[in-house]
Write a protein of this length. Structure first.
Length: 190
């Protein structure tokens, strides 16, 4: 729950949340910082047009989610369907413990299978439109999907370099992170 709801908790992590949720929020924030500073991410972001550069972190997060879902079988020991079902069960079970603003998101995630749908290109469009409407200021996110797909090979190369390092980083912070990660993903694909 903590990892999933972290974007809905601003500022100091409330001590009223269960310890595991607090830890998940902190891990999510550490992963965001690690990602934003990683050379694979910053290098590929330099290839974005100026109007998208401010949103490069968001755009790459969505693109990486798509690439992970699309190639899930290469990296995980269970299917994306099994993983998604487990995540949804956990979110529903812990939903009352999270921030109130996250409750409708859990319902939408489970109803529309966000995790599984990420493998489809149209989910990139849908997610960017949703993120566009969540941000307070005017932004180009709703129009960014074609730009992402035009740079897909470049983004995928960065993703494949970044992902194993991200998993190592997450596990260094939380040893139980990424329990279904294959220790040696398919070599020819990396």
């Amino acid at each position: 729950m903590g990892n999933a709801c972290a974007d809905f908790v601003k500022g100091t992590v409330p001590s009223t949340f269960a310890r595991r949720i607090q830890e998940g929020i902190r891990l999510h924030r550490a992963i965001d910082a690690f990602s934003d500073d990683h050379t694979s991410v910053t290098d590929v972001a330099k290839n974005f047009p100026t109007e998208f550069s401010r949103y490069a972190g968001i755009l790459l997060d969505v693109a990486f989610d798509h690439l992970l879902a699309r190639s899930w079988h290469e990296f995980a020991t269970i299917s994306l369907e099994e993983f998604s079902a487990q995540v949804y069960r956990d979110l529903i079970a812990t939903q009352p413990l999270g921030p109130p603003a996250f409750l409708p998101v859990v319902e939408s995630m489970t109803t529309y299978d966000w995790l599984g749908s990420y493998r489809h290109p149209e989910s990139v469009h849908r997610m960017l439109r949703a993120l566009n409407s969540r941000l307070r200021r005017a932004n180009p996110l709703a129009q960014a999907a074609p730009m992402i797909f035009e740079r897909e090979a470049l983004i995928e190369a960065a993703f494949r370099q970044f992902l194993p390092e991200l998993v190592s980083f997450a596990r260094s912070r939380e040893p139980e992170a990424a329990p279904y990660w294959k220790e040696r993903p398919l070599e020819h694909d990396l």
